[in-house]
Design a protein around this ligand. Structure first.
Ligand SMILES: [Fe+2]
Length: 498
């Protein structure tokens, strides 16, 4: 994972303070912008561009400081207890911030916004800069250049926000209605929030020749709802301050601190969920690989059996779907179809290829459901697949093998597999018999309905073959490959995780 850019993370994350909010942090910024490091050696044009940018930032900083000095009077530093409270909340809040993936959530931005509205330009800028300097003690910026950018941004946006609030008539001072105060604070909050983003991410984009609109869409738009919520919280705090004074800031601090622990629990739960999801995906990939290796190994030994298995898998999934079974059951029977003859691994070659088998050979062949179930059942999570494989040669009249189950005692998916297996053995070339026409095979399926096969499933299968047009090209290895590739192994992974 790319190294975080802690300083920028603070700055860009500042807009998302005080609530389970998301904001484009440095990891998002740098990763999304394709930046995994900031330590590259500048080329000629890039170096000159950076020099221009740094000079421009210096001008901006001077302008912001000048504006702050000129626009701040003695009253803007009062009441002192409010100034001290917001300062402490912003600085201490940095160390209570929660890292939620690419999001840094802490109370610094909301403290700065309150200072913009309730104090003045210079106090707001000092609070913002103090917060990031406090954080830099814990996590130093990766370069002086980017650290400087942070200082410029955190000086500029609070001054701009405070001046904007004054330009809008400073409704807090003039005793405007609660609606006017709230709406104005809310608007100023969102504007400065966006300005903060532009000052940080815009600089990185200009510096590295990246697209700012693209970064805006990817990094800022997704967090707008959170920023709106934080803006509303800020407006509410200002209104409460007008009524109860510093108690409102105290209540805000209590809420932020307590919500921090709640938020941490949520973040931890999300992290655990993500880790579990990653493990599940790895497990699914592993299971997919297991099935693929089994089928391909069988295919190296006996290509026709491998193709037959793939055909049965395809027919079985389609039949399960036609019978109205859920997707998980469809996947389960598909996997069982791919593996249903894997027990033949253990047989001598002639039992797979010869047309002249002895009674001993047939006895051996009749053991393949049990052997296959033993092999597949040994794989963690494949118990349900093994159960189907074990029963795929049972008959409705109880004359099948190995356990002579009858009727509904035979698992439904095994009955589906049996229909598909019987059809494919009749219609494809294998070592046991000469293929017959599809129409004749369907007639044979119907003839043995109720005795060998489940008649309801036979009709579902016939619909799949004649109406849905499901087919399998036994002479085409690409069809086998396609069947292995399309397999989705969620079922075994879920079983394993259960
Ligand atoms: Fe079989």
């Amino acid at each position: 994972m790319p190294r975080l850019w802690p300083t920028a993370r603070i700055l860009v994350a500042l807009p998302c303070d005080a609530a389970p909010l998301r904001s484009p942090g440095a990891r998002t910024t740098l990763a999304a912008l394709g930046e995994s490091t900031v330590a590259e050696v500048p080329s000629g044009s890039r170096a000159s561009r950076r020099a221009i940018l740094i000079a421009g930032e210096a001008v901006l900083l001077v302008a912001a400081v000048t504006a702050a000095v000129l626009a701040t009077d003695a009253n803007d530093w009062r009441p002192f207890d409010l100034l001290a409270s917001l300062f402490v909340l912003a600085v201490a809040g940095q160390f209570l911030a929660v890292q939620a993936g690419s999001v840094q959530i802490g109370p610094a931005f909301i403290s700065t916004a309150l200072a913009m509205v309730l104090l003045g330009p210079a106090p707001a800028a000092i609070i913002a800069v103090a917060a990031v300097l406090a954080w830099s003690v814990k996590s130093p910026p990766p370069s002086l250049e980017l650290g400087f950018n942070n200082i410029v941004a955190l000086t500029t946006y609070p001054v701009a926000g405070a001046l904007l609030f004054q330009a809008l008539g400073d409704p807090v001072e003039t005793g405007a209605s609660a609606g006017t105060v709230g709406a104005t604070v809310f608007a100023v909050y969102l504007i400065t929030n966006l300005l903060n983003f532009l000052l940080i991410v815009g600089y990185v984009c200009l510096r590295n020749g990246r697209s700012l609109p693209s970064a805006f869409v990817r990094l800022y738009l997704p967090v707008v709802p959170w920023e709106v919520a934080t803006g509303a919280l800020t407006a509410g705090t200002v209104l409460a301050y007008q009524e109860v004074g510093l108690v409102a800031v105290g209540l805000l601090a209590v809420m932020l601190v307590t919500s921090r622990y709640l938020l941490q629990a949520v973040v931890d739960a999300q992290r655990q969920r993500d880790e579990l999801r990653a493990q599940m995906e790895e497990l699914e990939a592993l299971h997919h690989g297991v099935v693929r290796v089994m089928v391909e190994t069988l295919g190296m030994r006996d290509r026709m059996t491998a193709r037959h298995s793939a055909a049965v898998a395809r027919f079985a999934r389609a039949t399960a779907a036609a019978a109205g079974l859920p997707a998980r059951e469809q996947e389960l029977v598909h996997t069982a179809g791919l593996l249903h003859d894997v027990g033949k691994f253990t047989f001598p070659d002639h039992t797979l290829t010869s047309r002249h088998l002895t009674p001993e050979d047939w006895e051996l062949i009749r053991s393949h459901p049990q052997r296959g179930a033993d092999i597949v059942g040994a794989v963690h999570g494949y118990g349900p697949v093994a159960d189907i494989i074990l029963c795929h040669h049972e008959r409705m009249d109880g004359a099948g093998y190995p356990r002579s189950l009858a009727g509904d005692d035979i698992p439904l998916l095994a009955r589906i597999l049996s229909v598909c297996d019987t059809f494919d053995v009749m219609t494809s070339r294998d070592s046991y018999r000469t293929p017959i026409a599809v129409e004749d095979a369907i007639a044979e399926l119907r003839r043995v309905s109720g005795t060998q096969l489940d008649g309801r499933l036979v009709e579902a299968f016939v619909g799949v073959i004649t109406e849905a047009g499901v087919d399998f090209s036994h002479g085409d290895d690409r069809d086998l490959e396609r069947e292995l590739r399309v397999r989705r192994p969620q079922m075994p992974a879920r079983e394993a995780a259960a």
